[in-house]
Write a protein that binds this ligand. Structure first.
Ligand code: NAP
Length: 502
């Protein structure tokens, strides 16, 4: 868990626009019960690549908006649950089709608000489109079981039903894909939804809501309430009309939500932080190992829950690996997320940048050697730019190797052999994803079986997963049922067992 608590709203003053520019800007409202509704405040969405660029204004809801959205969802539920599955499938398919058709435009919006390099942003949009298409099919495939009773002349049926009204709370780092991978299964399996997206990046979620508003989904089935987590998120978690919460975000907020949901007997699903290991063994293909480490640790500015931040390297390849990493990292260009040639965009916010740079200092104080980067960068426009930081000679006990930093900062840990590499990889409170670079089938197979993480990558970056299979971790990284693929039905449905005597 990060040792720093960040208040992202302190980034709001990063904007130096004059008042009239902001008030004349388009205001984006909440979507409740089929209508667009103004909240009680308004928040600017600012481009982290260029702080003088405000994308638009987004309304801030309050607790009354949560009440209204839950009431609308509750009212819409009976007709939605008993309605045509074909209509549901068609609507999800239509949403997916529009997202895919608008991939470039939505990708630009995403890159502009979150700072992900444009090609990565477009890929995220495409992923969101595919997720809706996948669940358009899945809702037609929901099945149950008919099995014989142990008693004569009795039949047993096991069916899956929707949970009811679900609250979805999402983080800033995947502003369209994470809302998509919660909304699509929730709707596919017959639930009604209230989405609270990250306050820092409401633009992509709003665009998605606007697409959903024209998809044929009845009023009240899907609702968007923007605003702060401590207000909107907290109200959703506590609301008696919300039957389940699906949350992705930090371990600290997740733990609090889990405790609240337990006391309210609410179903809860949490996807949280990571401190993912990338193991590199002596027998690895060096250039492949370097490429996948750079991808895992630094692309998307290291702001992926599946990013590798502990690079565990066996002694026989350590020196060659470090030399090759320095060469490769010298060729990474950090710049404006929308510019051609940018490999890595800016950090998402002032507070995240401050946290990253603080951890660079912590690493130095702990005795690790800063081999590359770790500096604030100046670019043509003022933005939150930093060079990716790689520490050598770091140890597994150091804070930089134990706490989630959530930025482009990684530590290399030298180990004797595979056995020590595996033990070091598993020595963490997290367990989202783990990678190994090796040409030895015996080690690859052993690592897949003995890694204490929910996802394992062999000769692939830790970040980069398919949209149609289970996603999630173990230990402090995840709690509750898996997300995505057909495993999503575990969370978004509840099982009923019916007995018939005939
Ligand atoms: P965060 O600060 O925990 O926020 C996540 C969401 O929770 C935001 O919408 C936030 O609102 C809301 N929230 C904050 N306080 C709340 C409260 N008291 N009650 C209810 N909701 C509340 O996380 P983040 O900084 O946005 O995202 C980064 C974290 O997400 C990292 O730890 C990363 O590893 C994790 N993550 C995990 C996965 C995964 O699948 N495992 C995927 C992506 C990211 P605001 O908008 O006000 O912040």
């Amino acid at each position: 868990m990060s040792g720093y608590q960040s208040d992202k709203r302190t980034d709001a003053p990063k904007i130096h626009h004059t008042f009239h520019v902001l008030v004349n800007m388009k205001q984006h409202s909440n979507f409740i019960g089929g209508d667009w509704k103004e909240g009680t405040g308004s928040s600017p969405n600012v481009n982290p690549s260029n702080l003088s660029d405000t994308i638009a204004m987004y309304t801030q809801g309050d607790v009354a908006h949560v009440d209204e959205a839950v009431a609308a969802a509750t009212a819409a539920f009976p007709a939605w649950v008993s309605g045509s599955v074909q209509a549901r499938s068609d609507a999800l398919d239509k949403i997916g089709t529009e997202i895919l058709a608008r991939r470039d435009e939505l990708g630009r919006l995403l890159a502009r608000e979150e700072g992900k390099a444009l090609p990565d942003a477009v890929s995220e949009v495409v992923r969101a489109g595919h997720i809706f298409k996948f669940f358009a099919g899945e809702c037609l495939r929901l099945s149950g079981e008919i099995i014989p009773s142990v008693r004569p002349e009795i039949g047993v049926e096991i069916t899956r039903e929707p949970i009811g009204v679900v609250g979805l709370i999402t983080p800033w780092n995947f502003p369209i894909a994470i809302p998509a991978w919660k909304i699509a299964p929730a709707l596919a399996y017959g639930n009604c939804v209230v989405l609270k997206p990250a306050d820092l990046v409401p633009g992509s979620a709003w665009a998605l809501a606007e697409i959903i508003s024209r998809s044929g989904i009845p009023a009240g089935v899907f609702n968007l309430v923007m605003g702060r987590g401590s207000v909107i998120g907290d109200a959703l978690v506590k609301h008696p009309g919300v039957h389940a919460i699906s949350f992705t975000g930090s371990a600290g907020v997740g733990a609090r939500i889990a405790a609240q949901c337990a006391s309210l007997r609410k179903k809860v699903q949490l996807e949280m932080g990571g401190k993912n290991p990338q193991v590199v063994l002596d027998d690895a293909d060096l250039s492949q190992a370097v490429e996948l480490t750079v991808q895992s640790a630094f692309y998307s500015t290291g702001q992926r829950c599946t990013a590798a931040s502990r690079i565990i390297v066996t002694a026989g390849i350590y020196s060659r690996f470090m030399a090759a990493m320095k060469d490769r990292m010298a060729r990474i260009y950090v710049g404006d997320a929308l510019a051609t040639g940018t490999d890595i965009g800016p950090v998402s916010s002032q507070s995240q940048l401050a946290q990253n740079l603080a951890y660079v200092e912590i690493g130095k104080e702990e005795g690790a050697s800063l081999a590359v980067g770790g500096e604030r960068l100046k670019r043509e426009n003022e933005g939150f730019y930093m060079s990716p930081a790689l520490f050598s000679e770091s140890t597994a006990e150091m804070r930089i190797n134990r706490e989630e930093i959530f930025g482009p900062v990684a530590g290399v840990i030298r180990v004797r052999d595979y056995e020590e590499a595996l033990a070091t990889a598993n020595d963490t409170e997290f367990g989202l994803c783990a990678g190994i670079a090796t040409s030895n089938l015996k080690y690859a197979t052993h690592f897949k079986r003995h890694s204490h993480s929910g996802m394992v990558m062999v000769n692939l970056p830790t970040a980069g997963v398919d949209y149609h299979v289970a996603f999630g971790g173990r230990k402090g990284s995840s709690y509750g049922a898996r997300e995505q693929g057909r495993y999503a039905q575990e969370f978004f449905t509840t099982v009923k067992t019916a007995y018939t005597y005939a």
